[in-house]
Design a protein around this ligand. Structure first.
Ligand code: PEP
Ligand code: MN
Length: 359
């Protein structure tokens, strides 16, 4: 059973001011050199970004790739803090990283996706952060496990961390998809509905994996009402030592941010609220009807299962299912519905039906 915990609202962190959305954390995937860090920070400061990110210890898939600058990189970040007055943040993956960050005055840390997936590391990091007041952002784990993500917040909260935030960066996928990660927005939506007070960021950079997808993913995050974005930005992306394809120059970043359409999550316009609630009431009735229809269908499906069993007939008859799908697709088209969407729904219904008949 997930525990509730105390969360300090984003406005009280002193990092961002809401509204307007999005709150932005930006900076290179990795701190590579003092020049690259300072040049990128200068560009970001110039477009109004106040929270600077850079990876100091990089979790790489293969050994031998650039694994981060380590402690010297923290000195470059300190310089960013001093010269540009920006808040600085980096990824921590063990207690040693936390101690180094605290020693070097890092303002905020985040847990990477691979770390969130490991409760031992999360516990160790949480204990190292005990009695500090720095904000901690937690990326979703690499796998689509919402409880594992929530467990990380619980471990941090149990050590007294109150300035907590989530970063949704999508999950690994075995199938070939256009993005680097499967967005799996439903995980973010579910977390939001369970913990509405938890600040939420999206990371379109790691989700998309390519510059061309960053805008649509950022817009989606805004449409879902998320508070902020963590975006990778580099003074010279094509020469980046990690994640070169997904980083933006500061000027491309401001172009992206200015293009976003950010709608208020709530409005005080009464006529609008009245119309919206009437339409929502209609949706609620239709949803109830859908459930009723599905339940009725399942009842018939169970009777078919019994009949097949009495007559020793196999549960799945592919030709029959092809016919059902074709009919559904034709009927969907007649109503102007997307046939692929209807086929997906019918296949899901069919799977549940077969599972029921197998009982
Ligand atoms: C990162 O933010 O640089 C990073 C490694 O991301 P993730 O943990 O989401 O893979
Ligand atoms: Mn990266």
């Amino acid at each position: 059973m997930a525990a509730k915990f105390d969360i300090t609202p984003l406005n009280d962190w002193g990092f961002f001011h809401l509204p307007p959305r999005p709150c932005v954390v930006a900076g290179p995937c990795s701190a590579e050199s003092e020049e690259q860090v300072m040049e990128t920070a200068r560009g970001l400061k110039a477009i109004g970004i106040n929270v600077f990110r850079a990876g100091i210890w990089k979790p790489r898939t293969h050994p031998g790739c650039f694994e981060g600058a380590g402690v010297p990189g923290l000195k470059w970040m300190q310089k960013v803090r001093k010269e540009y007055g920006m808040r600085i943040c980096t990824e921590v993956a063990n207690e040693r990283h936390v101690f180094e960050c605290l020693k070097h005055g890092v303002d905020m840390v985040w847990l990477g996706a691979r770390t969130t997936a490991n409760p031992f590391l999360v516990q160790e990091i949480a204990e190292a952060l005990r009695d500090t007041d720095i904000p901690v952002l937690v990326k979703n784990p690499v796998n689509p496990d919402l409880d594992l993500w929530i467990g990380a917040f619980e471990r941090l909260a149990a050590q007294g961390v109150r300035k907590l935030g989530a970063i949704h960066r999508g999950v690994s996928s075995v199938s070939k998809i256009k993005y680097r990660n499967l967005p799996q927005w439903e995980m973010a939506v579910e977390l939001r509905s369970r913990y509405p007070e938890l600040p939420m960021f999206a990371d379109p950079s790691h989700m998309g994996g390519k510059r061309e997808y960053l805008f649509e993913l950022s817009q989606r995050a805004m449409d879902l009402g998320l508070d902020g974005l963590m975006i990778e930005s580099h003074c010279n992306p094509s020469c980046a030592l990690s994640d070169a394809a997904q980083q933006l120059t500061p000027s491309a970043l401001i172009e992206l941010l200015e293009g976003l359409v950010v709608r208020d999550a709530v409005t005080s316009d009464e006529a609008f609220n009245e119309k919206l609630s009437r339409l929502r009431a209609q949706i609620d009735v239709l949803d109830e009807n859908l459930i009723f229809t599905l339940a009725s269908r399942m009842k018939v499906s169970r009777s078919i299962g019994d009949l097949k069993k009495e007559n020793s007939v196999a549960i799945v008859q592919p030709s029959r299912w092809d016919e059902v799908l074709d009919k559904a697709a034709a009927s969907a088209a007649a109503y102007g519905l997307d046939t692929e969407f209807i086929k997906r729904i019918f296949n899901t219904i069919h799977e549940a039906s077969v599972a029921e008949q197998n009982k």
